[in-house]
Write a protein that binds this ligand. Structure first.
Ligand code: FES
Length: 525
């Protein structure tokens, strides 16, 4: 036990309070009518001295700067955010001693995680970042915070995995790429804050605990039937029998690609889930897979919409021939039917790379040429509610296709035909007279660095917006760095350049209200 003689009892009684300093430590000591208390002097909010606070007869100490209140016995924060550390007092020979024995690393971690949970449940950005800083300075791996955020949230997401998990993978990538602690804490705070927002005040949308022996065929069938219970029982059975995500990832990827699901979200979520599991470890794989499975089940099957008619027909024609000759595989400005036809006509094992590159190029050109007027229309039809996301998703989806289908090549045909759907659906919303040269990027490294600088202090309140800036940029950087096709690389960067430098309308008040009135009034005509 480490004891420090700090002051005589007599002097403390005379002064009422005292400060003890050792190294970086500052401890405030208070003498009340009945007791003596020792508390870290730095207020855990913004660091102002608690010694200058006010205490009452109930042993509540108030920091006078922003009114946070602490229980002087336990250090528990009664109003405000973080708790403060208190120290035992020993009186011996009329001298006041402080017991400074450091808590064990396990106890410190437990205390920080407790604080983080409160910050998470209340969605307190500052507190989340302070607890992360505490993890860092106590030499505790900060990744634990993200694992906990996933554990606390996976059953609070009504529709399963959403962008808060997806972009967690992208922020996490940046986390690994930087050595700067400020950036590392920023990126993790962004992730945890967004997940906290998505689970804020949500009830438990619990998953069945029952298990069934893993069976990939049955899993795909259950997903098709939107049967969550059976699908989840199979996931539970898989993990219970010792399988891991990597063992069932192919089937889950297949499930995500069985339809042109939810604007490509399902496959993107599989890709990001896989990244998170690979980098956080298997302890969170079960939580993430449950949420992912629910999101795939709930996804809209867009191939069933009239504009994608013949999807099944074209898909059925994609039998891998042995040919490497291609015939007019330029997709730019081709509509959905034409685009699917071109994929079908040229599909073969040897042509996958060229078809993929042409589709990605077309989707990049679409993004580059998006007619921004669409996002400012207020008297348009619902079918003309077109915005940046219609275009950026084509790119993030393509990136997910390359990654997942390279792992499971038999799934390429699904990925490619869905990229064709993206390419074709956007052709009617392009600008006619855009000077594309204005957006060419000549210095990739500088462009990337400028982006990282901007995203590290993006200043946007709603996390969904920086999420899309980041998701798109990460996908484009990844494609750029993986490609040797100069024409494609030019359009990838130009499209991102225009997206990052354009206005994003975040809310459509007039349009939404007008469309609501138009729809409802139809029943009253
Ligand atoms: S610094 Fe103490 S409440 Fe703000």
């Amino acid at each position: 036990m480490e004891l420090e003689n700090v002051i005589s009892l007599e002097e403390l009684e005379k002064k009422g309070k005292s400060i003890f300093k050792k190294g970086n430590k500052q401890i405030a000591i208070f003498k009340t009518d009945n007791d003596i208390f020792a508390i870290d002097n730095r207020c855990p909010h913004e660091g102002y001295p608690l010694l200058q606070g006010t205490h009452d007869e109930k042993c509540v100490l108030t920091c006078n700067w922003h009114n946070w209140k602490f229980d002087m016995k336990t250090g528990e924060c009664l109003t405000g955010g973080d708790n403060v550390r208190t120290y035992p007092i020993v009186i011996k020979d009329n001298q006041v001693f402080l017991e400074l024995t450091e808590p064990t690393k396990e106890d410190i971690e437990k205390e920080i995680i407790k604080g983080l949970k409160t910050g998470f449940e209340k969605r307190q950005y500052g507190r989340i970042s302070r607890e992360l800083a505490r993890l860092h300075f106590n030499n505790i791996d900060m990744k634990i915070a993200l694992k906990k955020a996933i554990e606390w949230s996976y059953n609070k997401l009504e529709d399963g995995t959403n962008h808060s998990y997806a972009v967690a993978a992208d922020w996490f990538k940046l986390f690994f790429e930087t050595d700067e602690i400020q950036n590392k804490i920023s990126y993790l705070t962004e992730i945890i804050d967004y997940i906290a927002l998505e689970s804020l005040r949500q009830p438990d949308f619990s998953f069945t605990k029952n298990k069934k022996l893993w069976d990939s065929e049955l899993f795909l069938e259950s997903i098709s039937k939107e049967d969550e219970n059976t699908s989840i029982e199979l996931i539970n059975g898989a993990y219970d029998s010792g399988l891991h995500f990597k063992d069932i990832e192919k089937t889950i990827t297949e499930a995500a690609l069985m339809h042109y699901n939810d604007f490509g979200h399902s496959l993107i979520y599989v890709q990001k889930t896989s990244y998170l599991i690979n980098n956080l470890g298997n302890e969170i794989e079960h939580f993430l897979t449950l949420a992912l499975t629910r999101s795939i089940i709930k996804a809209t099957k867009e191939d069933l919409l009239p504009e994608f008619k013949n999807y099944d027909y074209f898909l059925s024609k994609m039998n891998s021939k042995n040919t490497n000759t291609t015939n007019n595989i330029d997709f730019y400005l081709k509509n959905i039917q034409e685009s699917m036809k071109i994929v079908t006509a040229n599909f073969s094992k040897d042509n996958i790379k060229s078809i993929y590159e042409e589709l990605l190029k077309s989707n990049s050109k679409n993004l580059l040429y998006f007619n921004i007027d669409y996002q400012f229309m207020t008297d348009n039809k619902v079918s003309e509610n077109i915005g940046w996301l219609d275009f950026t998703h084509a790119i993030t989806f393509s990136n997910a296709v390359r990654e997942q289908c390279s792992k499971y090549p038999e799934l390429w045909k699904f990925g490619l035909i869905q990229m064709a759907c993206f390419s074709g659906r956007n052709v009617n919303h392009l600008e006619k007279n855009l000077d594309e040269k204005k957006y060419y990027v000549t210095d990739y490294n500088k462009f990337k660095l400028d982006f990282l600088e901007m995203i590290s202090d993006h200043g946007i309140t709603a996390p969904i917006y920086p999420a899309h800036l980041l998701k798109t940029a990460i996908a484009i950087f990844d494609e750029f760095e993986n490609s040797d096709n100069e024409e494609l690389k030019k359009y990838l960067l130009a499209s991102l350049n225009r997206f990052l430098n354009s206005n994003i309308k975040q809310k459509h008040m007039k349009r939404t209200i007008k469309q609501s009135i138009d729809l409802v009034s139809l029943d009253f005509k």
